[in-house]
Ligand binder design. Structure first.
Ligand code: ATP
Ligand code: MG
Ligand code: MG
Length: 306
């Protein structure tokens, strides 16, 4: 079983503008859509779409619980969330201008979780997760969830003995690497937090793979530099027309972990994840990709052994 943990979930409110965002003008919307914003939820979506059983864990505010659950249900995501009473799950605003690639993201910090909320989550994890499972911890931490809590969570998972994947950034990424985990996928900015200054990217990946089973540094449209044991690759995705690259990394992580649990080789999991995320960037929301397109794109992914 794969579990994803989204500590700071968010509901994305996609605002499709009728033109370019302009100051001192009424910027009228063509339409509004809702999508999942939490990184663990994005990972779960990719796994579910690839037919790999998983469950989304984490927190969920009670005042707009139905809204988040409705999106999770519509997207076919099995979930078991810890309710944070009297608080709303945050909403993020994704501004999409007409005929302009990329998006503008505006986020809220999220509600604060209490010691009680955290203890409920830890109890649930302890009760569910087993040694043969995979756990993905992804996204930011809400106010009230400190680095020590993350360390406690990773220590608990290490005690259980499951495979621990992290898609974290900044201090959280640093702490996770120190606590001992099995998978990271920092992007080109996030890797700078844990790289020794002056060291090449390949040497950084080589150094990190001494303690982390799978290290993937994603580089947007330029692909990724990947290491596992003594196997290193530079992966280049096919050239595609980009509509929105938000969530490309989450799609990559979800589909990579899904492939690993399907006993695919490292190289196969990498080309599949690269193909799924290359399909994702051609869609304008943060999650959608086509498995069929990905299967075709996979043949065009360039895998260079280093
Ligand atoms: P996220 O918004 O999910 O956090 P990220 O910044 O972590 O994304 P990126 O490095 O942007 O992750 O992208 C992850 C992977 O998605 C890349 O390694 C690549 O395989 C694929 N990808 C991203 N952008 C493009 C693109 N323009 N064309 C093709 N593939 C892309
Ligand atoms: Mg990116
Ligand atoms: Mg990312």
């Amino acid at each position: 079983m794969i579990y994803t943990i989204t500590l700071n979930p968010t509901i994305d409110r996609l605002l499709y503008l009728g033109g370019k965002l302009t100051k001192e003008k009424n910027n009228r919307l063509d339409r509004i859509a809702y999508d999942l914003g939490g990184k663990g939820h994005h990972g779960s979506y990719a796994m579910s779409k690839l037919g790999v059983e998983n469950q989304a864990l984490g927190f969920c505010g009670t005042t707009n619980k139905r809204k988040l659950e409705k999106i999770l249900e519509e997207k076919g995501i099995n979930h078991d969330l810890v309710e944070v009473y009297g608080k709303p799950t945050r909403e993020s605003y994704v501004l999409l201008e007409k005929d302009v690639s990329g998006s503008i993201l505006i986020t809220e910090k999220g509600y604060a979780v209490s010691n009680y909320d955290k203890s409920l989550l830890f109890d649930k994890i302890e009760e569910k997760v087993e040694a043969e499972d995979t756990v993905l911890i992804a996204g930011s931490m809400p106010p009230g969830f400190e680095i020590e809590d993350l360390e406690k969570l990773i220590n608990l998972l290490n005690k259980i003995g499951c495979f621990i994947a992290c898609d974290l950034s900044g201090e959280a990424l640093k702490a996770a690497v120190k606590a001992g985990i099995n998978f990271i996928k920092p992007n080109r900015f996030e890797i700078l937090e844990i790289a020794e200054q002056g060291r090449s990217l390949l040497d950084t990946v080589k150094e990190l793979t001494k303690t982390i089973d799978y290290v993937i540094v994603s580089q947007g449209g330029a692909g990724s530099l990947c290491g596992h044991k003594n196997e290193f690759y530079q992966i280049t995705p096919p050239v595609v027309v980009v509509k929105n690259d938000t969530g490309a990394g989450d799609c990559f992580v979800g589909s990579f972990l899904a492939s690993l649990t399907q006993q695919k080789t490292f190289a196969e999991a990498l080309t599949m994840a690269t193909a799924c995320s290359a399909s994702k960037v051609q869609h304008d929301d943060s999650t959608t990709f086509s498995v069929k397109d990905a299967q075709n794109l996979q043949e065009k992914v360039i895998l260079e052994k280093l």
